[in-house]
Design a protein around this ligand. Structure first.
Ligand code: GTP
Ligand code: MG
Length: 198
């Protein structure tokens, strides 16, 4: 699956433009600047497939990526919780993200990315609550672990595990990643592969 040449399919700014559902969709959600687009580039091995930026709010649409003859579509989402953007824009992205997350029958897993330096925030919990309610399976991915010390990682892992323990749609296993150092990419790929095989 990840030896294939992943390519851009389409960008969607409004829900009425959503493409027909792929066989299996896997989405990457999380606060602005957490590293969603970077992680998609890292796991697909295609540099610049998803556009990344130091400026929060880079990804403003739902971006769909697919590989030839593959059942899997990867979806890069706009980040939530970016306070600097105009409220009208934030509302539009939030609406797009939340509606997509609840209404897609073939959405098999949402990777909820959390910056390992910051841990779960109120808006992450809000998104997880929505996924629990919609019974959409999600899995926490800690990002940018190259930026923290091992002791900090242990602490944020423990805290996060405790916070997801009783959440009905949460996958119990937390994946630890660094797109910078290529950490944890195999685990993400393996999870996606499992979804496509079963
Ligand atoms: P939005 O589209 O704005 O929501 O952001 P995003 O979640 O897609 O983040 P993006 O991938 O654009 O990365 C944001 C910034 O974090 C960029 O400057 C990346 O280079 C940096 N970054 C992403 N992943 C890592 C990582 O694993 N380690 C380090 N050190 N920096 C990272
Ligand atoms: Mg992005």
């Amino acid at each position: 699956l990840f030896r294939r040449p992943w390519a851009f399919v389409t960008s969607v700014a409004h829900l009425e433009q959503l493409p027909p559902e792929g066989e299996i969709e896997v989405a990457f959600a999380g606060r602005s600047n957490v590293g969603k687009s970077s992680l998609i580039n890292a796991i697909t091995g295609v540099n610049g497939l998803a556009r990344t930026s130091n400026t929060p709010g880079r990804t403003q649409m739902l971006n769909f990526f697919a590989a030839p003859e593959s059942a899997v579509t990867l979806v890069d989402m706009p980040g939530y919780g970016y306070a600097q953007a105009p409220k009208s824009m934030v509302d539009a992205w939030t609406d797009l993200v939340f509606t997509y997350l609840q209404g897609r029958a073939r959405l098999r897993r949402v990777f909820v990315l959390i910056d390992s330096r910051h841990g779960l925030k109120a808006n992450d919990l809000e998104v997880m609550g929505l996924l629990d309610k919609a019974a959409v399976n999600y899995q926490i991915v800690l990002t940018k672990i190259d930026k923290i010390k091992p002791g900090q990682l242990t602490r944020v892992l423990d805290e996060t595990a405790e916070k997801i323990r009783k959440r009905p749609a949460a996958h119990p296993q937390i994946i630890v990643t660094s797109s910078e150092k290529s950490t944890g990419l195999g685990e993400i790929r393996a999870e996606i592969f499992k979804l496509s095989a079963g």
